[in-house]
Design a protein around this ligand. Structure first.
Ligand code: XMP
Length: 316
């Protein structure tokens, strides 16, 4: 594809002209925008890029490994930070959704600043800002866009880098095409959006390691199932939710009193409004069976049949 290849050469030349021999810091979220930016910057400035991926313990099963496997072989100087314990401690006992978001945003900035100081100094901060973010500054997918992503005010003055935003004129589809040419694996390239606060806002109420572990296994069965049955790309976003509801069930001769998991899948153009995805009943039956068979902490599975509005896509 001549056009996209041409755009890549141009973007690389622009970055090189802007950055000179300066050093660049990039936050990797695991989404397509920041991952693609990492690949582009690795081509443009090589080792003078430091990409930081913060594992806050609210990721999906195998996500950190997937990001490492996608980026390191293609030359991205990637540092992964295990910040799970500090996020967990900060979130202990917190059940209010907005409070959770605030805390995660604050902890993210704290961990990111620490890495910036440890591996710095840096001259530039790269962000995967897209054209739609520029015109409505509303949001987009990425931890690439730290501010909107984590709903916080940003970095302190002594870390006031100059911004590098090569995707400012691009749309998502164009970034996906660039990603393809740069060799980003399809699993990352075509991934559904995943919120910055991650599984914390899908584990309703106060979170714990145990609850996150249950949710991570349910989510993995659902998302892998969607891929296996060829339904993933037809949904705009799919998620599993661990509810705090315990209900009575039966397993063999035993009465159980276990948690309810909810599955949600939506189709949407802009994420402002959404329809619930009409997934086939047989598929839902298979998912329900797999979940209750493999995740013993769950004895009931429900499918969310609510549009947005009035519901939101996330449950918190
Ligand atoms: P809602 O739940 O508001 O979600 O219908 C719309 C889209 O935004 C994502 N979302 C977030 N993304 N930080 C993010 O980075 C957040 O706090 C957040 N809350 C919701 C959600 O996953 C969906 O794609």
């Amino acid at each position: 594809d001549w056009t996209a290849e041409h755009i890549i050469d141009e973007l690389i030349a622009d970055v090189q002209a802007q950055v000179g021999d300066g050093r660049v810091l990039l936050a990797i979220s695991g989404g397509v925008d920041s991952s693609t930016l990492g690949l582009l910057l690795a081509r443009a400035v090589g080792e003078r890029l430091t990409a930081v991926f913060i594992d806050h313990g609210l990721l999906r099963l195998g996500e950190r490994e997937q990001v490492e496997a996608a980026l390191r072989p293609l030359g991205v100087n990637l540092i992964t930070v295990d910040a799970r314990a500090e996020f967990m401690a900060a979130l202990s006992g917190v059940s209010d959704p907005e409070q959770k978001r605030k805390i995660i945003g604050r902890e993210f900035i704290r961990a990111f600043e620490r890495e910036a100081r440890t591996h710095g100094p840096f001259d530039f901060l790269a962000q995967g800002t897209l054209y739609p973010d520029v015109i409505e500054s509303a949001g987009g997918e990425g931890a690439a866009n730290i501010k909107s992503h984590h709903n916080v005010g940003g970095l302190p003055d002594d870390l006031a880098f100059k911004l590098v935003e090569p995707f400012r004129t691009l749309f998502k589809d164009e970034v996906r095409e660039i990603a393809r040419l740069l060799g980003l694996p399809d699993a990352v390239r075509m991934r559904h959006p995943f919120p910055g606060p991650g599984l914390a806002i899908r584990c309703l109420g106060a979170i714990s390691e145990e609850k996150l572990d249950i949710l991570r296994r349910v989510d993995d069965i659902f998302i892998s199932g969607l891929r296996e049955f060829g339904l993933y790309d037809g949904c705009s976003q799919a998620l599993a939710i661990l509810t705090p509801i315990q209900s009575v069930g039966v397993m063999g001769d035993e009465r159980t009193y276990s948690f309810t998991a909810a599955l949600r899948a939506v189709t949407t153009d802009d994420f402002m409004t959404a329809e619930w995805a009409r997934l086939p009943y047989d598929f839902l039956a298979t998912m329900s069976n797999r979940i209750v068979n493999q995740v013993h902490e769950i004895n009931r599975v429900v499918y969310d049949i609510t549009g947005k509005p009035p519901a939101t896509i996330e449950w918190e």
